[in-house]
Design a protein around this ligand. Structure first.
Ligand code: NAD
Ligand code: ZN
Length: 407
């Protein structure tokens, strides 16, 4: 495998370098974009990364810039995500502050782009139902505007940041009924501390398993529904224009530059922020929820591999790929590991819950390994230990309990 996580093709690298050089010397001659795009099928040379100022996007941008691609970022710099203002990006990367819902802004950044890596989205579970219009606006209307603009600009390659949340509860096995899909958990059960979903047919306890890409989608909250809609919109676009789409269903991403705790942040950021304040992490339910925590640098590498893939496959091909470490852990384990690495107090299990949460969801990521040649490189223990010392994004914690461990 190549250092960027993509399959190693030395001759591809050679041709990509020639195409990249041709692009850089291009004076935006009319029609030339399309001709060069056709030549640049072995690897993107000019990539638009939407949401490239965000947590995952910034790592994708860094990885693309490191290998010499031309990168343009379109990011609305949402105040909730960027309270400290404009983030730094690698030299040479153009940051355009603009919204994917704004057609004229999107048209401008699509000029001479080979492929789009669409990370921009409003993330997390949100606060309440009042967030619905923003989720649908940023994630679905925004994707629709982007796709329409790509159709006009003749850009045919898309990597979409999707999510494992499209699956809802993961995959479970009943000793009697085999594979089953439990429905949403009832508040009465959650209030009573019965967090495990029972078999929907016989009520017996279930064994959680790994979710493959062909598992039925079953989004359980507004964010999840908006992520699934993005996939459907992208598939419609691909069929209509002969586009190619890799929908990367990230599992729980963690690593440097995760946002500090907000209602939209992931659990790893919440625990890490608590550690920074010198507080015990508050673990919901009984801490036994299983997740797949995948390091952000591995997710960036998956994006690069997927971008290359979109240039290799036939027009109209749309494929989803789980992006997980393949190493499931419980949320309680993450909290304990992080507290230990930070040298903070042990986590507290609260029994609280959020209605939109699922109990277990862990990925079967064998497809991306087999078809894109990607493999995660950062193990859980190593990644979490480094994360304990990694910088988070956003203003520093108001009450600084203790400094991060020096590493
Ligand atoms: N972090 C995870 O664990 C995780 C898991 C699964 C999927 N994802 C997906 O990965 C992508 C990136 O997530 P992240 O964790 O980096 O989130 P993030 O909030 O750190 O980054 C998202 C970026 O998109 C920008 N943005 C939001 N709405 C926009 C709009 N309308 N126009 C332009 N820019 C806009 C924000 O300003 C931000 O910089 C998202 O699509 C998300 O759904 C993330
Ligand atoms: Zn059963």
């Amino acid at each position: 495998m190549a250092a960027d996580g993509g399959p190693a093709h030395s001759s591809d690298g050679f041709h990509a370098a020639i195409a990249a050089a041709a692009y850089r010397s291009l004076k935006r001659a009319p029609g030339a974009c399309r001709r060069l795009r056709a030549a640049a099928t072995v690897g993107p040379v000019r990539v638009l990364v939407t949401g490239g100022a965000g947590f995952v996007g910034s790592h994708v941008v860094e990885a693309l810039a490191r290998r010499g691609d031309d990168v343009v970022v379109l990011d609305a710099l949402l105040p909730a995500v960027h309270p400290a203002g404009e983030p730094g990006l690698p030299p040479g990367v153009r940051l355009v502050a603009g919204d994917v819902r704004d057609r004229s802004a999107v048209d401008r950044v699509l000029s001479c782009v080979d492929a789009v890596c669409h990370q921009a989205a409003m993330v997390g579970l949100g606060v309440d139902v009042q967030d619905l219009p923003d989720y649908v606006g940023c994630n679905d209307f925004g994707t629709a505007v982007l796709l329409a603009a790509m159709a006009t600009a003749g850009v045919r390659r898309l990597v979409l940041a999707s999510s494992m949340v499209v699956y809802g509860e993961g995959r479970y096995r009943c000793a009697v009924h085999g594979l089953v899909s439990p429905g949403p958990r009832r508040p009465v059960d959650l209030d009573g501390g019965r967090f495990e979903p029972p078999c929907p047919r016989c009520g017996r306890p279930l064994t959680p398993g790994l979710v493959p890409e062909d598992a039925a989608a079953d989004p359980r909250n507004a964010y999840a529904a908006s992520k699934l809609a993005q996939e459907h919109l992208a598939a419609c676009w691909a069929r209509s224009v002969g586009g190619t789409v890799a929908a990367l269903r990230y599992h729980n991403v963690y690593g440097p530059r995760m946002p500090r705790d907000t209602p939209y942040a992931g659990v790893a950021a919440l625990f890490r922020s608590a550690a920074e304040r010198g507080e015990a992490a508050r673990v919901f339910e009984d801490g036994g929820q299983r997740r797949d925590f995948v390091h952000v640098r591995d997710v960036a590498a998956a994006n690069l591999a997927a971008l290359a893939w979109t240039g290799r496959v036939a027009p109209g091909v749309v494929r989803a790929f789980n992006v997980g470490s393949g190493e499931p852990h419980t949320v309680g384990e993450l909290a304990a590991e992080l507290a230990a690495a930070y040298g903070g107090p042990p986590p507290v299990v609260t029994g609280q819950y959020r209605l939109g949460d699922v109990r277990h969801v862990t990925a079967d990521s064998s497809r991306i390994r087999a078809e894109l040649g990607w493999a995660p490189r950062v193990g859980f223990a190593e990644g979490v230990a480094a994360f304990a010392a990694a910088p988070l994004r956003g203003p520093a914690a108001a009450v600084t309990g203790r400094p991060p461990p020096s590493r």
